[in-house]
Write a protein that binds this ligand. Sequence first.
Ligand SMILES: N[C@@H](CCC(=O)N[C@@H](CS)C(=O)NCC(=O)O)C(=O)O
Length: 209
Amino acid sequence: MGGYKLTYFNLKVLGEPIRWILLHSNQEFEDDRVEAANWPEKKATLLWGQLPILTLEDGTEMTQSVAISEFLAKKFNLVPNDPIGQARCLEIVLHIQDCRSKWAPFYVEQDPEKQGAIKKDLLDNIFPHFLGKFNDIVAKNGNYVVGNTVTWADFWLTNFLEIWRDTIDDGLLDKYPALQKQMSNVFSIPQIAAWVDKRPQASLFGFVM
Ligand SMILES: N[C@@H](CCC(=O)N[C@@H](CS)C(=O)NCC(=O)O)C(=O)O
């Protein structure tokens, strides 16, 4: 055991980029997935009441998926060398988080009519805005997010492109060739390819993302 434990749900969403950073770095880790039935009890014991949590070898716990990802990426050389490149990675990941926060209500909404309106706004406005910009950035960077080479920001982008496509529209990425190439770059990394072949099927409260 390499000493890390990632506690999250049986979902990809905010846990999967962290799993990929650890896998890419050949770190063994405990992939701790909290069952829905155990969540209320577990939540009550947590400082911030949310997941993911990364537990380090000495028992130190970290929260916030972006902070955890950047911490591990710095430790395991998945960041550019220059400060501006490092800031660009964080910048893009925070834009991915912004896009995620616009997509998430689609899943929470129970009323089919309201859900349809959210989906229409995603397809007409939100995704064209974010995906168009991500595509242009990636096209200028050799089909990576920053600096013509893989960084932790690529793991974030590929993970969410896959989730948004699979949850909203199979053809979502058809207009974005650079994003398709970026995903294929990430999914070709041997450790990620091997993981994707065998990873648990995400499923929690009917969410399969
Ligand atoms: N900004 C936090 C958000 C964490 C978050 O929203 N976690 C959700 C799962 S994706 C959660 O724990 N939900 C259960 C709850 O709040 O009770 C991060 O990026 O880590």
